[in-house]
Ligand binder design. Structure first.
Ligand code: EPU
Length: 445
């Protein structure tokens, strides 16, 4: 277990490049199971979740080779169609191998998925869709595994009851080799889904976005290998933009994709944040003048992403007035609040009035537990001070790290492996912007 020791109070200034998108990389690896030819993925971020997902593939007997930011995968033959519990339960996307395994080998056994502790995060919507495509599925509570079988997967018309980003990808991955046409209605519009579609199209799949929130997949008999470079990670870009603003710094972000950040850039401008399009893929971020309070509601794409909620709340601790955040995608994604409070932030929970919560919220209302809240109210500006903090989710981790950089004094961040899940070499990259961060082993503190 490592700890980050952060000496705060230095504005971040300089240049940083956004890494490849974690939330495409993990699905790209699952795609490689769909062909016996080599799949080569470039611009892969070297983060813990990537290694975890590659472990899932090697546990199935698939050949994986990592060289720098390039991963080569060849899925010629399998030793098993079971994802071992100790590997699969570490990562939610391990369940995404189900569709490709069913399509090529007719069977899959996958453990109930893990991942960030941001609510129950079931995969009921994926499972219902796979069943519509002809998979026989049973869940065995005694071993915590889903057992799936299908002699042939067939196309289906399936309408998601509510948005699901990974669920949409799970069904695309199953449908590309299925017999006939699959029409996914109320399909996710996240740009990561489109990057996955581009990769699969490069492998010979036929997939079209036919209208808003509708994807049609025409099953093909065989897919081939591909060489593909992942799009940049928009969640990283938002982290760096807010790092610049909240520390009163000035950061030039390379590999920027402003087109993926519409809702963020709009909110950022309304809070007084400045962004300047230097060229097509470079953006300068800073804060000039006071931060204005905002009221934000998280939503599926093209709304303000739930992944930006935590760092935005930190930004609002420095705004002049009261801001609110209403989380509608996950039922429990405020784990950072207690840690920011330790640093002096004034944040209180509240329950935004909602008429039909069962319909309105993206999560299953039945997954909500007593004591959960969907809203926070932030009173700013409050100077932040050093603290000893714990983190248990990726975006919460990045937020607490930015808070420690903003705060006076020296903070200690435990649970750094959560940040490592999604950000490559974060302290070294932030150090290049002037951040004073050291990583220590437990016995070195
Ligand atoms: N949900 C269900 N049942 C399902 C599927 C989803 O109840 O079968 C619920 C979820 O629990 C959640 C909501 O529906 O409350 C939305 O879930 P969705 O499936 O859209 O999200 P996800 O696939 O679990 C992905 C990203 C998240 C990102 C969300 C929203 C990956 C690996 N994860 O999660 O990224 O926040 O979409 O865009 O792609 C992160 O990178 O830190 C992260 C959590």
């Amino acid at each position: 277990m490592d700890t980050l020791v952060v000496h705060g109070g230095t504005p971040l200034r300089g240049e940083i490049a956004v890494a490849g998108a974690k939330n495409v990389a993990l699905k790209a690896f699952a795609s490689a199971i769909l062909t016996d030819e080599e799949v080569v993925i470039h611009n892969v971020p070297l983060i813990a979740d990537v290694h975890c997902m590659l472990d899932v593939l090697t546990s199935l007997g698939i050949k994986v080779d990592i060289n720098g930011h390039t991963v080569r995968i060849q899925s010629k033959s399998l030793k098993s169609t079971t994802v071992p519990l100790d590997v699969g339960a570490r990562l939610r996307t391990s369940s995404l191998v189900a569709g490709p395994l069913l399509a090529r080998y007719g069977a899959a056994r996958i453990p109930n998925p893990g991942g960030c502790r941001i609510g129950a995060r079931p995969i009921d919507r994926h499972i219902r869709g796979l069943a519509e495509m002809g998979a026989e599925i049973s869940y065995h509570p005694d071993d915590g595994y889903f057992y799936l079988r299908a002699d042939t997967l067939h196309g289906a018309g399936f309408e998601f009851e509510k948005n699901t980003h990974t669920g949409t990808e799970a069904l695309i991955l199953a449908a590309v080799l299925a017999e006939g046409e699959t029409v996914l209605k109320n399909a996710a519009a996240e740009v990561e889904v489109d990057d996955l579609i581009s990769l699969l199209t490069g492998m010979g799949a036929t997939i079209k976005r036919t209208k808003e929130r509708e994807i049609v997949i025409y099953g093909v008999k065989k897919l081939h290998g591909v060489e593909y470079s992942l799009m940049p990670d928009r969640n990283e870009e938002v982290t760096f933009a807010l790092a610049a603003a909240v520390t009163s710094g000035d950061v030039l972000v390379h590999h920027s994709r402003r087109a993926h950040l519409g809702a963020f850039l709009e909110a950022f401008s309304s809070a007084g944040g400045q962004y300047e399009a230097v060229d097509a893929s470079t953006t300068r971020y800073r804060q000039i003048g006071p931060i204005k309070p905002t009221d934000i509601v998280t939503l599926p794409h093209p709304g303000f992403m739930t992944d930006w909620q935590a760092p935005w709340a930190l930004y609002m601790t420095q705004a002049n007035g009261i801001s609110t955040m209403h989380e509608t995608v996950f039922e429990s994604r405020f784990s950072y609040v207690s840690e920011l409070r330790k640093m002096g932030a004034q944040i209180e929970y509240y329950d935004p009035p909602v008429k039909n919560p069962e319909i309105y919220y993206n999560f299953n209302w039945s997954d909500r537990r007593s004591g959960y809240h969907q809203g926070i109210r932030i009173t700013g500006p409050t100077p932040l001070h050093d603290a000893v903090v714990e983190i248990d989710d990726l975006r919460a981790g990045a937020t607490v790290l930015l808070a420690a950089l903003t705060a006076g004094g020296t903070s200690y961040i435990h649970g750094v492996e959560q940040i490592d899940r999604g950000y490559e070499n974060i302290e070294e990259r932030l150090r290049k912007l002037g951040a004073r961060i050291e990583r220590k082993k437990e016995d070195e503190i």
